[in-house]
Design a protein around this ligand. Structure first.
Ligand code: CO
Length: 134
């Protein structure tokens, strides 16, 4: 059911420093920062030949990644995003299998303008999973 790895997201305490490191030290193609108020984050996307890296930092007072950075102040891998063809079919299949979908269970529009859902990390080996309709 899942397809390509769309991106790996890394939560960072200092977005400008992390973006500069990927651009200048790692020599990657780094995009401009974008606020995603619906998701409580500011993101920078980094294009790699086979996938993307999404650098995330909190936006606003009740960011969903604030707690993550409290526990891991230096930052860390926050989630992986897999592509699916039909996000509602994927959600229903996962719910039937007992997996917990975060939030209302309805897809939100993600950072690429496509519907996304998040799956509870406790149901997936301690890793927060994002699904994006490709
Ligand atoms: Co993501």
């Amino acid at each position: 059911m899942i397809g390509r790895l769309n991106h790996v997201a890394i939560a960072v305490p200092d977005l400008a420093a992390a973006a500069a490191q990927y651009r200048d030290t790692l020599g990657a193609r780094v995009g401009a920062p974008r606020d995603e108020p619906d998701h409580g984050v500011t993101v920078v996307f980094i294009d790699l030949p086979n996938t993307r890296i999404e650098l995330l930092t909190p936006l606003g007072t009740d960011s969903p990644i604030a707690g993550f950075l409290e526990k891991s102040p230096a930052g860390g891998i926050h989630h992986v995003c897999y592509e699916v063809e039909d996000i509602l079919a994927a959600r229903d299949r996962l719910k039937a299998a007992g997996a917990r979908v975060l939030g209302s269970g309805e897809p939100k529009i993600g950072a690429h303008g496509k519907p996304v859902l998040f799956l509870h990390p406790k149901d997936f080996n301690g890793c927060l999973v994002e699904l994006e309709q490709a």
